[in-house]
Design a protein around this ligand. Structure first.
Ligand code: LLP
Length: 443
């Protein structure tokens, strides 16, 4: 069986096949893996820019202004913040660490939105000092904390509504259902509005919801948006207050595997905007708030690819091969955590005739350390390079040093060159935080 088609929609836009090999722009990925050392992640800037344009064009179908804020949990680094800042995007952060990186990378405080279900006093204080565009209130205790702070100027707040909707995705990624740790119930949101309106230091500027991630169904996102509209209508009726920002969060799904639904981003965003605008218009007329979309995965997943080198190959009597590579659970925990399914190709022969199924595993000490449970591959040799597409989101940001693994280096591919974005961890990074005991402790 010779695969005649290459699932191009999974790969960065600069990827192409030439002389039977897989290339990224002018880089032969087999040679690149060998030269850069593996595991290595490469982000393709043309793909990232393409996704940003898809969001921009889609947002034009919302009659008001639009804003894209990148959900930094998908992947965050100083050079990425630089890129996003230069392109005019905003950033969502959930911790002091993410906030620090956002600021150091040059993101304007105004364009940073602070999320999170358990914001500490230190985090809130830092966010206020930075002048974040919005603190997204997740629960009433957090609001109480904000009410007690002595603020010198009014702090802009959004409310995160829990719309009581179950999104069709892995349970760990559902966030909008009853019993979820995220967001205010309808009654709590009403109470929060009343308390904010009554407080001269707090200002209600936005309504937000996010029902989950890796979603392929449109309906629940729109339903959640309609709950926000209901709330906006109630606020207007009750307090004569118009909401300036409205956000249905992120969550659009991407294909990781040839069998996953194949979706073009632009029509998806366009349809979301068209339907959302229709709902808004029906309830609240023509004065549209700023629509804030918060993509993580759909903006960056496809731009990233991971390269691994093959080590040992174990042949089983049932014809299966277990191919061990030099990364795994430590740089991509998604297969273990969510049963995520990826695909891969042999960089030096991506269309080579498969000789049978292979399991791709890492070098770590547990059987949950696998990248792909089964993929058809040609004959593979130690030293070969395997490329895994759609590796740009929630892999590096969730990477660990389990078993003393060093987190991979990251490069940016522009049309002409490769630019380092993050160096590979060094052994010293593994013990940088350790404090040697001065002497043998007494027991
Ligand atoms: N906004 C909020 C408030 C979020 O919590 C998230 C993701 C997003 C936006 C972006 O969602 P996206 O567009 O990336 O779907 N580790 C999991 C995904 C967790 C998503 C967490 N929140 C995974 O690897 O599948």
């Amino acid at each position: 069986m010779v695969p005649t088609t290459f699932p191009r929609h999974l790969w960065p836009l600069s990827t192409h096949l030439f002389q039977r090999r897989l290339w990224l722009g002018r880089y032969d990925l087999f040679e690149l893996g060998q030269r850069l050392g593996t595991p290595v992640y490469v982000y393709d800037l043309p793909t990232l820019d393409h996704m940003i344009s898809a969001y921009r064009h889609g947002l034009q179908f919302w009659p008001g202004q639009g804003l894209i804020t990148f959900a930094s949990k998908a992947w965050l680094s100083l050079p990425l913040v630089q890129l996003l800042t230069w392109r005019g995007l905003g950033l969502d952060v959930v911790s002091e660490g993410e906030l620090e990186i956002a600021r150091l990378g040059g993101m304007d405080g105004e364009k940073i939105h602070l999320h999170g279900n358990n914001k500490s006093l230190a985090l809130l204080t830092k966010a206020i000092a930075v002048g974040v565009g919005a603190i997204v209130v997740d629960n009433l205790q957090e609001l109480a904390l904000l009410e007690r702070l002595s603020l010198t100027k009014p702090q802009r707040l959004w409310l995160r509504l829990n719309p009581d909707l179950m999104a069709a995705t892995h349970a760990y990624r559902q966030t909008g259902h009853y019993g979820s740790k995220f967001g205010l119930t309808w009654e709590e949101a009403q109470e929060a509005v009343q308390r904010i309106v009554a407080n001269e230091h707090l200002m209600l500027t936005g309504l937000h919801t996010h029902i989950g991630s890796q979603l392929f169904e449109f309906e629940p996102i729109l339903k959640a948006f309609e709950r926000l509209i209901d709330l906006a209508a109630w606020i207007q009726r009750r307090f004569g207050l118009s909401i300036r920002y409205i956000s249905p969060g992120g969550g659009l799904g991407v294909a990781y595997h040839p069998q996953d639904p194949k979706r073009e981003l632009f029509p998806l965003v366009r349809d979301l905007c068209v339907f959302a605008a229709r709902s808004w218009r029906q309830r609240l007329g023509e004065s549209f708030p700023i629509l804030v979309l918060e993509p993580g995965r759909s903006l960056i997943a496809r731009a990233g690819m991971a390269l691994y080198s093959v080590g040992n190959i174990r042949y089983l009597s049932n014809g299966e091969r277990i191919i061990a590579v030099d990364g795994g659970l430590s740089d991509n925990s998604r297969p273990a955590l969510y049963g995520a399914k990826y695909t891969t190709v042999l960089a030096r022969d991506p269309l080579g005739e498969p000789v049978g199924p292979a399991r791709i595993v890492g070098p770590l000490c547990e059987s949950g350390d696998f990248l792909i449970k089964s993929v058809m591959l040609p004959e593979v040799q130690p030293g070969d390079v395997l490329a895994i597409p759609v590796s740009g989101a929630y892999q590096l940001s969730m990477a660990s040093n389990y078993n003393g693994m060093l987190r991979p280096s990251v490069f940016l591919h522009t049309r002409a060159t490769l630019i380092p974005m993050q160096r590979r961890e060094q052994f010293e990074d593994l013990w940088r935080r350790d404090v040697l005991l001065p002497e043998k402790p007494m027991v």
